[in-house]
Design a protein around this ligand. Structure first.
Ligand code: FPP
Length: 237
């Protein structure tokens, strides 16, 4: 594959697990489990081809509204993932960061997420960001609140609140902006994911359901990105 025009930061909305389960006459929990298999391969490939940062939308603040059975299944999968797969991720020098409110998670999951971040924080390989209990508007409101508190304490003046100052209070602090956003299953929405960070992202919407998103589909999305003419609001002469 041509790696000359690779995105630095890829974000993925892994959509379609429910429809995949329905299509295969399986329970929704099995669709999510199959979704974890797909994400394992995409993480490995991203690491191998030298993607700098990969951000995955695993659980939104709105996902709590799903049935108790489905929420429980997702919580179980998250716990399993962050306990069973952490050795391999660490060996591959993957640096894990959780985007979202860990304090709003059940205690066992909260501990596992903190542990995974702590254990891999000095790793120099792929920056793997997993959005859990995440909503972009909540993230922006939180950043505004932190800046307001600093201003009230007299640590900053209103004119110090620049784009950079705001970006530095987001969960994605220090990461490059998203270059490529992929949403599977044919849906074409951002669904409150990385609104600020996607300001100049290229969007690709493959119709394949997430559990069927394989390396060929990933390469296709990366190739589509490579063929885009990115101007960032300017004009090419
Ligand atoms: C969207 O499909 C997917 C989700 C809400 C959850 C994504 C989670 C995983 C792939 C597994 C957990 C992640 C980790 C990191 C272990 P949907 O259920 O909304 O699909 P539908 O629109 O077809 O119903």
């Amino acid at each position: 594959m041509n790696t000359s025009a690779l995105p630095r930061h890829v974000a993925i909305i892994m959509d379609g697990n429910g429809r995949w389960a329905k299509k295969n006459a399986l329970r929704v929990a099995l669709g999510h489990r199959k979704g974890v298999e797909a994400l394992r391969a995409i993480i490995r490939e991203s690491s191998d081809i030298g993607i700098e940062a990969l951000s995955l939308y695993a659980f939104s603040t709105e996902n709590w509204r799903r049935s108790p059975e489905e929420v429980e299944a997702l919580m179980g999968l998250l716990l399993e993932y962050f306990t069973k797969e952490i050795d391999e991720l660490d060996e591959n020098r993957v640096c894990i960061r959780i985007l979202g409110d860990k304090d709003g998670m059940p205690e066992k999951q909260r501990q596992a997420l903190i542990k995974a971040e702590e254990r891999t924080k000095n790793n120099t390989g792929l920056k793997l960001n997993i959005a859990i209990n995440y909503g972009s508007r909540a993230e922006l409101a939180r950043a505004a609140r932190i800046l307001a508190e600093k201003a009230v304490r007299g640590e900053i003046r209103p004119e110090d609140i620049t784009e950079q100052a705001l970006a530095d209070e987001l969960y994605t602090k220090g990461l490059p902006d998203v270059d490529l956003l992929i949403r599977t299953s044919g849906e074409m929405r951002l669904s409150n994911f990385l609104l600020y960070q996607c300001a100049y992202a290229e969007f690709v919407f493959p119709t394949v359901l997430w559990p069927d998103f394989d390396l060929a589909a990933y390469h296709e999305a990366l190739a589509a990105f490579g063929s885009r003419d990115r101007r960032f609001g300017g004009r090419k002469t």
